[in-house]
Every structure is written in structure tokens, then in C-alpha cells.
Design a protein around this ligand. Structure first.
Ligand code: DQA
Length: 151
């Protein structure tokens, strides 16, 4: 089962950036652990700091044989109509994830533009937010996912 993990702006700095909030581990390191722990999932990973590149990736994967997209849109979560339109447009279901508990932080982080178009949202479990999202897909029976089963 193919799953894409998509990370948005500044998430390339994990391990260096605001360690008290985001931890001291790089995503590349964590991604290797996920691949080892979840061999039934064919995981791929893409990160960009650019809104257009994230939209292009959603379009590329969103009509394919991928079963899901785990998306941490970073700060674009709170601002991007274009990303929310892209998620709304595609067929492959998207699960929103955040490393930090966005609801325990500044008020501007409490609003997600993308949440209404995602299957669900996971926030506040550190990097393990990604694993929780992956477990959703791992546990689904094949007939429960695929085209037309977005919501
Ligand atoms: C984040 C939360 C966002 O508010 C922030 O802009 C990020 C990371 C998280 O994973 O906790 O860049 O998406």
C-alpha cells in the first residue's frame, strides 16, 4: 500500500529548529524508523518550502494508486486557500498531521484551512503524530480505501 508523507515549510529544519517544540530528531532519521517498523506500507517522502511545489505533488499523487497522503503543511496550514483547494480537488485521502499541539499554541495556529477537506487531523504527539496517521491506513481493509472513499 503506497502512502506519501508530505512535509511543508521549515520542516526540513527538524532537529535544528525550536527543539523545545519540535524535538531534536531530523525527519529523515525518523522516516528510516517508520519504513523499518511498517514494512507493509510503501512509504515515500517529499518536503518543500514552496506552496506551488506542494500543490504540484498533491496533484501528481492525488489521482494515482497511492492510498493516502499524510500532510504536515506547516504554517501554510493556517493560511493557504490554494492548498485546501488542492486537497479538496484530489481523490486520494489526506490526513493532516502536526508535531506540536497547535491548539495549545498561539491563536493563529488554532485555525486550519485544510482540515475541512482532510479525512482527519492528528496534532500534538511529536513525530509520533505521523505514525498514528499511518496506522489508520495500515489497519484499513483494502475495500475501505481507494477512489471514491475519501470521506
Ligand atoms: C506545525 C505547526 C504549525 O503551526 C507550524 O507553523 C509548523 C509546524 C507542527 O507540525 O506542529 O511549521 O505544523
Amino acid at each position: 500500500m503506497k502512502i506519501l508523507i508530505l512535509n511543508g515549510p521549515n520542516l526540513n529544519l527538524l532537529g535544528h529548529r525550536e527543539k523545545s517544540i519540535y524535538g531534536s530528531r531530523s525527519f529523515e532519521d525518523y522516516f528510516e524508523e517508520l519504513k523499518q517498523d511498517l514494512p507493509a506500507l510503501e512509504l515515500s517522502y517529499f518536503q518543500s518550502n514552496t506552496e506551488g511545489a506542494l500543490i504540484d505533488k498533491l496533484h501528481e499523487v492525488g489521482f494515482s494508486d497511492y492510498k493516502g497522503i499524510i500532510f504536515n503543511a506547516g504554517a501554510y496550514t493556517h493560511t493557504s486557500v490554494a492548498l485546501s483547494d488542492a486537497i479538496k480537488a484530489i481523490e486520494v485521502p489526506v490526513v493532516e498531521v502536526h508535531i506540536s499541539n497547535v491548539y495549545a499554541r498561539e491563536a493563529f495556529r488554532h485555525k486550519s484551512m485544510i482540515a475541512p477537506y482532510c479525512k482527519g487531523s492528528i496534532s500534538g504527539f511529536g513525530l509520533e503524530s505521523y505514525r498514528l496517521a499511518l496506522q489508520y491506513f495500515e489497519r484499513l481493509k483494502p475495500k475501505q480505501i481507494g477512489f471514491g472513499a475519501k470521506n
